[in-house]
Write a protein that binds this ligand. Structure first.
Ligand code: GLN
Length: 211
C-alpha cells in the first residue's frame, strides 16, 4: 500500500519529494479512485480548497475521499487548504462555499490569517518531534482553528505563542497543528521548508502504526 498525495491542485509535488526522501514506501500522486484505493495514507496539500473540492466533485473523487478521510484505519494529513477540507465545518467566504471531506472534529475559519500579502512566517514549538528546536511555520491565506470537539481524542501538537496578525481572532488560541487518532492537520505549509520533521512524524507515528 502507498502513501498518497492528493494531486488535484496545490503544493503536492513538494510533499511527494519530501516523502520520497524520508521513506522507502511507495509515494503515489492521487487523481483517481483507483489510485486512492492503493493507499493506506493520504496527504492533502495546501493550495485552494474550493478548487480541490470542485475538481474532486467533477472527477467523481469526492465521495471516495470522504470515505477515505472518515475511515479510522487510514492515515490522513491535511496542510492549510488540506486542513480546511478535513474539517467538519468551515466558514465560507463566498456564497455556496465548498464541499468538505471531513474526518476531523474541528471547525475552521478560512483565510482568517489574512490575504496573500499578509502571509507570514512564525516559529512554532512542538513537543512530539525528533528534536526540540521550533518549526518555521509558513502561513499563506491560512485557516484559523475556530474550535474542536472535546472528548473526541483531539490533541494539540503545536501552537503560535503570539498573535501574528492584529485582526486574527482565534477562539482556540492559535493552535496550528492537531492530531485526532490517525488524522492530523497543520494550518501552515511544512512542505515549503527543508525541515522534514513533521513528515517524519506523520510517517513514523501515524502511517507506520496503522493496524
Ligand atoms: N485560503 C486557501 C483556501 O481557502 C488555503 C490557502 C493555502 O492552502 N495556502 O483554501
Amino acid at each position: 500500500m502507498s502513501i498518497g498525495v492528493l494531486a488535484l491542485q496545490g503544493a503536492f509535488l513538494e510533499h511527494c519529494d519530501i516523502l520520497s526522501a524520508i521513506t522507502h514506501q511507495p509515494v503515489l500522486q492521487v487523481r483517481t479512485t483507483d489510485e486512492l484505493s492503493q493507499c493506506k495514507a493520504l496527504v492533502i496539500p495546501g493550495g485552494e480548497s474550493t478548487t480541490m473540492s470542485l475538481v474532486a466533485n467533477r472527477s467523481g473523487l469526492l465521495e471516495p475521499l470522504r470515505e477515505f478521510c472518515n475511515d479510522p484505519s487510514k492515515a490522513v494529513w491535511g496542510t492549510c487548504a488540506g486542513m480546511i477540507l478535513l474539517a467538519k465545518e468551515a466558514s465560507q467566504t463566498k456564497k455556496g462555499g465548498q464541499e468538505l471531506f471531513g474526518g476531523m472534529d474541528i471547525v475552521v475559519n478560512r483565510n482568517q490569517y489574512g490575504s496573500q500579502v499578509e502571509s507570514f512566517q512564525e516559529d512554532i514549538q512542538f513537543n512530539c518531534l525528533s528534536t526540540p528546536d521550533p518549526v518555521n511555520g509558513i502561513f499563506i491565506r491560512a485557516p484559523i482553528l475556530h474550535s474542536y470537539e472535546a472528548n473526541k481524542g483531539i490533541i494539540e501538537l503545536g501552537c503560535l505563542t503570539s498573535n501574528p496578525v492584529d485582526h486574527a481572532v482565534a477562539p482556540q488560541g492559535h493552535v496550528v497543528a492537531l492530531r485526532q487518532n490517525n488524522k492530523m492537520c497543520t494550518s501552515f505549509h511544512p512542505e515549503l521548508t527543508r525541515d522534514t520533521r513533521l513528515h517524519v512524524y506523520f510517517v513514523e507515528h501515524i502511517v507506520n502504526k496503522l493496524g
